[in-house]
Design a protein around this ligand. Structure first.
Ligand SMILES: NC(=O)c1ccc[n+]([C@@H]2O[C@H](COP(=O)([O-])OP(=O)(O)OC[C@H]3O[C@@H](n4cnc5c(N)ncnc54)[C@H](O)[C@@H]3O)[C@@H](O)[C@H]2O)c1
Length: 333
């Protein structure tokens, strides 16, 4: 072989990354993107909500409940993870108020993971937190310095995990990034269908595709422009991008991930009708325990630290979700 014909093929994986919750909505999209970037990915999921069909074939899968300390420890024995991205959690605000016991598992799971991060000297942790840690906004948009007084059990658990992460990671010099997502929506090319809809977009799609009769808007007497709750919907592709960028951030940070654009639930229904060109039957129901009138992010910190910016509009989130459901329910021949 002469020198000119020698072209080294570099086929190394950049990092060994563990993604918990990698069979779920955000996790499966993130795993796909990490594998496309040539990382080696391990996934831990108990499949309580996630589905095998959304697991990436190139990811090494461990079906484990993070609450099971012994089994979890076993998953770390033959792997040397460089980073852990912890998404696995139960995520329904409504359910957390009705069944708070179940939501203690989110904290136990994170504590078990933190013990192993410490034991195996893992260098980096990225954690999926939520806007629900803030509680009722004292001003809007919410920046990361806003007080944290969650008004639901789900948010209280996430805040407890944030505090435990800071304590353990600072003690052990583990870099950590806490991403407080606002309301995640859209599809990342997996045609993801929520198996047990708790969020607004999948519930809307259930109505559009005839799986439920009408959409319920919980509360129309909030002090907002049309009486319904205002939320900040952020596209799943923008969320995935924030994680990829977080891998390269060397300082410890807590960052909001949202668009900074608030839209009311009623406005969302009207936008969906316009984009999908179909009437969506809806009714107003009573307020739900644990819901804030308004949650809108200031995203200045993520923009400054990671050079991240949201790119997708609300109409594009509606369209990609609609197409995902359409592709699953009416696949083309
Ligand atoms: N979707 C959103 O709008 C949103 C907003 C803010 C924060 N988050 C957070 O982002 C993360 C991912 O959310 P998602 O929308 O992909 O939810 P999801 O329910 O689709 O995915 C969560 C995954 O975690 C798994 N899981 C749950 N508990 C587990 C346990 N004890 N052990 C192992 N696996 C477990 C589930 O089977 C599921 O596959 C969650 O932590 C959620 O709280 C989501």
């Amino acid at each position: 072989m002469n020198d000119k014909s020698f072209k080294p093929i570099i086929l190394f994986a950049l990092m060994e990354i563990l993604v918990t919750g990698g069979a779920g909505y955000i996790g499966s999209a993130l795993v796909k993107s990490l594998i496309e970037k040539k990382h080696n990915v391990g996934v831990i999921d108990n499949l309580s909500k996630g589905k095998k069909e959304y697991l990436h074939p190139k990811a090494k899968f461990y079906r484990t409940d993070l609450v099971d300390k012994k089994e979890l420890a076993g998953n770390f024995k033959n792997s040397k993870f460089d980073a852990v991205i912890h998404l696995a959690a139960y995520k329904s605000v409504e359910e957390s108020m009705k069944n708070p016991e179940k939501y203690k598992d989110n904290v136990v799971a994170a504590n078990n993971l933190l013990e192993l991060i410490e034991k195996h000297a893992i260098k980096k942790l990225i954690f999926s937190s939520t806007a629900a840690v803030y509680g009722t906004p004292q001003y809007s948009p919410l920046d990361e310095n806003h007080s944290t007084k969650p008004i639901n059990v789900y948010g209280q658990g996430k805040l407890e995990v944030e505090k435990n992460i800071m304590k353990v990671c600072e003690k052990n010099s583990v870099d950590y990034i806490i991403l407080r997502y606002f309301n995640v929506a859209g599809d990342a090319g997996l045609n993801y269908i929520d198996p047990a809809p708790e969020n607004v977009f999948p519930k809307l799609m259930d109505v559009v595709f005839g799986k439920r009769r009408e959409f319920t808007i919980f509360g129309n007497d909030y002090k907002t422009r049309d009486g319904t709750c205002i939320r900040d919907y952020i596209d799943i592709n923008d969320i995935v991008k924030a994680h990829i960028l977080s891998l390269d951030v060397n300082s410890n940070n807590i960052m909001n991930i949202g668009t900074s654009n608030g839209i009311s639930v009623l406005e969302l229904v009207k936008s969906a009708e316009k984009v999908i060109e179909k009437k969506i039957p809806f009714k107003f129901g009573p307020r739900r325990a644990g819901d804030c009138p308004e949650l809108v992010a200031s995203n200045q910190l993520a923009k400054r630290i990671m050079k991240w910016k949201p790119e997708k509009s609300i109409d594009s989130m509606i369209l990609s979700t609609y197409n995902a459901y359409k592709n699953r329910y009416n696949p083309r021949p």
